[in-house]
Design a protein around this ligand. Structure first.
Ligand SMILES: Cc1cc2nc3c(=O)[nH]c(=O)nc-3n(C[C@H](O)[C@H](O)[C@H](O)COP(=O)(O)O)c2cc1C
Length: 396
């Protein structure tokens, strides 16, 4: 079957599982420049080296991905204003250069939850990696290993935590959507703990998805054979599994207390945008907070995360680490986030685009670009290590 026939069949949702399997198992080496996956064309290592910044990676991914998959990844809620602000607000912050500091020995390692990180970057949980690459989350985990970063595996992954842990060489955290059935939720928490998840990241910002106009217009079809091994009890979803199918709209702070009581894993709350929620979260036993607006995919017109970060960090006052995600595309964005109180950042869409264009190497390439940009920014700011990235690096 040629690519055009394949995609046509896919768009019509008429593809049999055998055809999908046949399409995804062809080794890249046998494919040359042919398509080896229904959603994106393989990219050789040489081409990766030509992608110099994260926007280059996205531009290539957009050309290669099936447009409905690209729209699923790139899109967000409603008018996508929060998505835009997440990036723009970083651009509004200016940096104060300092000169003639000895920066011959740069060090971007840091510590998070008592563990040494090679750099203050994590891969945020994003669902559906097998829509982007045939190896899905396995390729992401390998890419995280190549790059030396922690991956947060989504509840909505198409690959089980057990399989991911088999190929992972760096810690894997698990992101939890709490099932309406608390028995299932408990079983999943116990399962991921037994599988060796290094932390549990409970997403609290999305009792429901926002109005995902772009995603819904795209009419993405989930091909047969792509499943959700952590969403037990859901069979053959016709579209990407959405939160209202799998998540409790009844989730409240008592559930956070309950989760805290049934696991020994460090527990982080993802989606904290207000100082009041940060305070309650700490009282509920959170070991870390993630300032996130879900990459603008839930409540549109809420502020950029870099605007919320200083308020949350002030309230937290160093009691637990604060991580931030949303709109981070440059090393200078990481500098600004750390200066405003973050211990580390997460990236979402950028590594998904890396996965689309280059599998594990693509994921690693994205992280490598960011790390190099971070080191360059540190050198130009006259700061040798992460601890030195305080508010004085900001212009005002
Ligand atoms: C395609 C996609 C899927 C996502 N899936 C999840 C998810 O399953 N759970 C979750 O907590 N956040 C999810 N997110 C949000 C990310 O964890 C993260 O907050 C966001 O992508 C950060 O913004 P950025 O993409 O601008 O870096 C998803 C984001 C994208 C783009």
């Amino acid at each position: 079957m040629n690519r055009k026939t394949f995609l046509t069949a896919l768009g019509a949702g008429a593809l049999g599982s055998q055809a999908l399997k046949a399409a995804v198992v062809v080794p890249t080496s046998l494919c040359g420049t042919e398509w080896n996956h229904p959603y994106s064309r393989s990219t050789g290592g040489a081409q990766l080296a030509e992608l110099l910044c994260l926007d280059d990676v996205e531009a290539l991914a957009q050309r290669q991905m099936l447009s409905s998959v690209y729209d699923f990844v790139a899109g967000g809620a409603a008018d996508e204003l929060t998505i835009r602000w997440n990036r723009e607000k970083y651009r509004d912050i200016r940096l104060q250069q300092r000169v003639l500091a000895d920066v011959s020995d740069l060090d971007c390692t840091t510590t998070l939850l008592g563990k040494r990180l090679a750099m203050p970057i994590l891969l945020a949980p994003t669902a559906n990696h097998r829509l982007v690459h045939p190896d899905g989350e396995l390729a992401t985990a390998r890419g995280a290993g190549l790059a030396g970063v922690t991956m947060v595996l989504s509840s909505g992954s198409n690959t089980s935590i057990e399989a991911v842990k088999q190929v992972a060489t760096e810690p894997v955290w698990f992101q939890l959507y709490v099932s309406k059935d608390r028995g299932l939720a408990r079983a999943l928490i116990q399962r991921v703990e037994a599988a060796g998840a290094a932390a549990l990241c409970v997403t609290v910002d999305s009792p429901l998805d926002g109005p995902r106009n772009r995603q819904n217009r795209a009419k993405l079809v989930i091909p047969p054979g792509v499943g959700y091994p952590h969403y037990l009890g859901i069979t053959a979803p016709p579209t990407v599994v959405t939160l209202d199918t799998v998540q409790a709209q009844l989730l409240d702070w008592r559930d956070i207390d309950w989760i805290r009581s049934i696991t020994k894993m460090p527990m982080l709350l993802k989606g904290i945008m207000s100082p009041a929620d940060a305070e309650t979260g700490i009282k509920a036993g959170a070991d870390g907070l993630i300032v996130s607006n879900h990459g603008g995919r839930c409540l549109d017109t809420q502020p950029a995360t870099i605007e919320a970060l200083p308020r949350v960090a002030q309230q937290v006052n160093g009691r637990v680490p604060v991580i931030v995600d949303g709109g981070i595309r440059r090393g200078t964005d990481i500098v600004k986030a750390l200066a405003l109180g973050a211990t580390a950042v997460q990236i979402g869409r950028p590594y998904v685009y890396g996965l689309a264009v280059g599998g594990a190497e693509g994921v690693a390439h994205v992280v490598k670009i960011l790390r190099q940009e971070l080191l360059l920014a540190m050198a130009l700011l006259g700061r040798r290590n992460i601890a030195a990235l305080d508010r004085t690096v900001l212009w005002d």
